[in-house]
Design a protein around this ligand. Structure first.
Ligand code: PH2
Ligand code: MG
Ligand code: MG
Length: 166
């Protein structure tokens, strides 16, 4: 079913190499996705690494993009930006350090649960390093699977919770 432009929310992360350069390239890459417009980028903040793999601290941010691409093509564009920063997508990398990670958090109000694409991102509501930057650019965005806004989910996080990995 063809549909009009949707608002997509993307999380950016980096904890390998020149982190600021990777995040900047991620932002420029988002601004260059065909049939899309970069609407907002959050401040970039340093966060403690979350998850089972010992690794260095991350820089995290979030962005809002309006796009006329279908969701799988939009996700493919995110992966191409990651690859351009030397990111290798291998199984052992789960939870591990990465040059540039672009996670698709929300794609309008679409709910897709397939091996290759899951939106909303199934763990976004547990992660302060996702919700805090996202609340800076899309506080009122609704996570359709939870029926809660980003701001509500951030407020509901336990004080000590920084989220869980991957
Ligand atoms: N990403 C991970 C694992 N752990 N920790 C922080 N602070 N920020 C991240 O972006 C992050 C993480 C896997 O993608
Ligand atoms: Mg990822
Ligand atoms: Mg990630």
């Amino acid at each position: 079913v063809p549909h009009g432009p949707v608002i997509a929310c993307v999380a950016l992360g980096s904890n390998l190499g020149d982190r600021h350069s990777h995040i900047d390239a991620g932002i420029r890459g988002l601004g260059a996705i065909p049939a899309s417009a970069l609407l907002a980028v959050s401040p970039v903040t340093e966060t403690e690494p979350v998850g089972p793999v010992p690794q260095g601290p991350y820089l995290n941010a979030a962005a809002v993009v309006r796009t006329a691409l279908p969701p799988r093509e939009f996700l493919a564009a995110l992966h191409a930006i990651e690859r351009a920063r030397g990111r290798e997508r291998v199984l052992k990398e789960r939870w591990g350090p990465r040059t540039l990670d672009l996670d698709l958090l929300l794609f309008g109000d679409e709910v897709i649960d397939e091996p290759a694409i899951t939106v909303p991102h199934p763990r976004m509501h547990e992660r302060r390093f996702v919700l805090e930057p996202l609340a800076a650019v899309a506080p009122d965005a609704v996570v359709p699977t939870l029926g809660r806004t980003v701001l509500e989910l951030l407020a509901a996080l336990p004080a000590a919770a920084t989220g869980s990995g991957a």
